[in-house]
Write a protein that binds this ligand. Structure first.
Ligand SMILES: [Zn+2]
Length: 406
């Protein structure tokens, strides 16, 4: 039975413990605590991280496993049917993610996430535990519609992601459930990277949103809504949505609703920063650049406000795979929380561990308490002194107690 001796342990829920021990049985934590309280198991194999700060495997709650390498929307459309190419790149991305300490990810819309999830679960390829929505839903002319394509191409999709009216929303959700998704993703507002809508535009009616949430909740899976403007954020929370992705423009009622509904906010500040700083060199169209600059300050302001008001915040980057937003650099989100939002480093760490598990149907990842998966990251230095160690100081990663090879 292996056990890990830690210089310092943060278990994702509470205070830091000096000189801690984690005992692992069948890939899960069977005992954890200060070394004096946790005896070494007989014939146990000791793993020495007494020089490290040990934290739970990280969770990125908002990525896209689409195997993309370009931000330019037309390149991505041209690759629409090149599933094998995308899956091969996605396989590489998964290895990069787990090397970077991300042992769980939530894929909130992609066309290959289901296959990748199952390949990882079968042990065929290395990678994080994947929770995926499959393809996310949008209304016609909504954030997930491709506004520049002939509409008949959109209509002729075998497995449409553009749906209108409660009946289509309900059937769409049931189709995803039939495919075996772990959550449902919808867009309840416009966005930055959709041509003919704006972040403040509301999308889907209350009845349509209720159709998604009723069907998903009947099978105990959550609903995530891309929601940027206050009316669309409130429409989502009022009608059963569990997580608000982006949350750019909050108002007082929205903050109240987060508290009333136990809603979780996934800000995704990293992609907005990357687009504003470097988007022009990476194929972001002019309308995307304009909107990214327009929302940036309000986005930081809303995240600060939500943090001060005690709204649950889960870390998500919206990283997609191209050089502008590459998998592997995802811990950048925590650096922005500390440096630009003013978050305490321990709270920032909590967004990618204990708080992150609130966005998925299981509760045995993101923390290292008894019974959880033994997903473990050893850091060279203390993230309380410098949060960038989460990105730059990874010494070892374990998934289910097994070391991840470089
Ligand atoms: Zn996204």
């Amino acid at each position: 039975m292996p056990y890990v001796d830690c210089g310092t342990l943060y278990d994702g829920t509470d205070e830091f413990i000096e000189d801690a021990r984690i005992v692992i049985e069948d890939g899960r934590v069977s005992a954890v605590g200060p070394i004096e309280d946790v005896p070494e198991p007989e014939d146990g194999e000791r793993i020495d991280h007494t020089g490290a700060v040990v934290i739970p495997g990280l969770v990125d709650t908002h990525i896209h496993l689409g195997g993309s390498r370009e931000m330019d929307p037309f390149t991505r459309i041209a690759e629409h049917d090149r599933t094998a190419l995308k899956a091969a790149r996605g396989t590489v991305d998964l290895n990069t993610l787990i090397q970077a300490g991300f042992t769980t990810v939530r894929d909130v819309s992609s066309d290959i996430g289901l296959g990748l999830r199952d390949a990882v679960a079968e042990g065929e390829i290395p990678g994080p535990r994947i929770y995926t929505s499959g393809k996310g839903f949008s209304q016609t002319a909504g954030h997930g519609d491709s506004h520049y394509l002939p509409y008949r191409w959109i209509e002729s999709e075998d497995d449409p992601n553009v749906v209108d009216g409660p009946t289509e929303c309900r059937r769409g959700t049931r189709r995803r459930i039939r495919q075996g998704v772990d959550l449902i993703k919808i867009s309840s507002t416009g966005g930055v990277l959709s041509e003919k809508d704006e972040p403040h535009h509301s999308q889907f009616t209350a009845e349509e949103i209720r159709a998604f949430t009723q069907e998903a909740h009947r099978v105990d899976i959550p609903v995530a809504a891309h929601a940027q403007g206050a009316p669309g954020i409130k429409n989502a929370l009022e009608n059963g949505v569990d997580t608000i992705e982006h949350g750019i423009y909050l108002d007082e009622e929205a903050i109240e609703l987060f508290h009333e509904t136990d809603g979780v906010m996934v800000p995704t500040l990293a992609i907005v920063e990357r687009i504003c700083e470097h988007g022009e060199d990476h194929g972001i169209p002019p309308w995307g650049m304009r909107k990214a600059h327009e929302v940036r300050e309000a986005h930081l302001e809303s995240t600060r406000w939500a943090y001060e008001e005690g709204v649950t915040i889960a870390a998500g980057t919206d990283f997609i795979g191209p050089e502008l937003v590459p998998h592997g650099e995802n811990a950048m989100e925590l650096e922005i929380y500390v440096e630009d939002v003013g978050m305490d480093p321990v709270d920032a760490l909590h967004t990618a561990t204990g708080a992150a598990k609130t966005t998925i149907p299981d509760d045995d990842v993101g923390t290292l308490t008894e019974g959880d998966h033994a997903d473990i990251v050893a850091l060279s230095d203390d993230p309380r002194d410098d949060i960038s160690v989460v990105r730059e100081g990874i010494e070892a990663v374990y998934k289910g107690g097994e070391p991840i090879a470089e």
